[in-house]
Design a protein around this ligand. Structure first.
Ligand SMILES: [Zn+2]
Length: 232
């Protein structure tokens, strides 16, 4: 009897995936064709420029709630009912699937599952591989967030721009220092010096104390911002 119940439960769980796949296909037709494709990501800024986008592979596609609280309210819970498989749990799962079929499609965005492998040489000279997985949203009609694209070349302009800005403002130069806040190079003669006041922790005494440190900035604005950040 137990065996039969768990078979039934597993079938319902598969049904959940089928319904979600159908939702994904409805909000973004042709979504499945992206599985296996390369997706590129550029997390570059003038301060920290990248010369190449990172390369991810799409492993799967699905749906994600625009607002998980709203969706949970609609479904009466945060996901497929789980626990010890009993008749009661089966009934809950069936009820859940009934509601899942009726979820208004505008409650969803598409979700791409991504993975990438990075390789490096460790301190013993051995090659190491590390797999990173994550999900990214795809908003129907809008697309991905700016840093992601299937078109590697779409980042060329941004890469050139950030590289030029880096050379102009951030690359270390003789007779200059980097602003502690924004990282811009300032001539030593124009540095704004500012006494930062902050709370530090004395481990030995086991208590907080007020500490001071001289910071070097490009402007009074950066000094103020740093001071405010230290105050939390
Ligand atoms: Zn600055």
């Amino acid at each position: 009897m137990r065996e039969l119940l768990s078979d039934k439960y597993n079938r319902l769980k598969e049904r959940e995936a089928e319904i979600e796949n159908a939702h994904a296909e409805a909000i973004c037709p042709g979504l499945k064709e992206f599985v296996g494709k390369k997706l590129y990501e550029l997390r570059s800024s003038p301060r920290y420029p990248m010369s190449e986008p990172e390369e991810w592979t799409v492993t799967d596609v699905g749906v994600v709630a625009k607002n998980r609280y709203e969706l949970a309210k609609f479904l009466g819970g945060y996901g497929f009912p789980s626990g010890r498989v009993t008749k009661k749990l089966i009934a809950e799962a069936e009820e859940y699937l009934d509601k899942l079929e009726k979820v208004p499609l505008d409650m969803y965005d598409a979700l791409f599952g991504l993975e990438r492998f990075s390789e490096w040489t460790d301190s013993n000279g051995e090659r190491r591989t590390c797999k990173t997985s994550r999900g990214v949203k795809f908003v129907p009609g809008k697309g991905f967030e700016e840093s992601l694209s299937f078109d590697k070349d779409s980042f060329r302009e941004k890469i050139e721009h950030d590289k030029a800005e880096y050379e102009k403002f951030y690359a270390p130069r003789e007779g200059y220092v980097a602003c502690e806040r924004c990282g811009k190079q300032v001539p030593e003669t124009e540095v704004v010096k500012y006494n930062l006041i902050y709370r530090a922790y004395d481990n030995r005494a086991g208590r907080q104390y007020v500490a001071k440190r001289m910071g070097k900035f490009c402007s009074g604005e950066c000094a103020m911002n740093e001071q405010m950040a230290l105050e939390g």
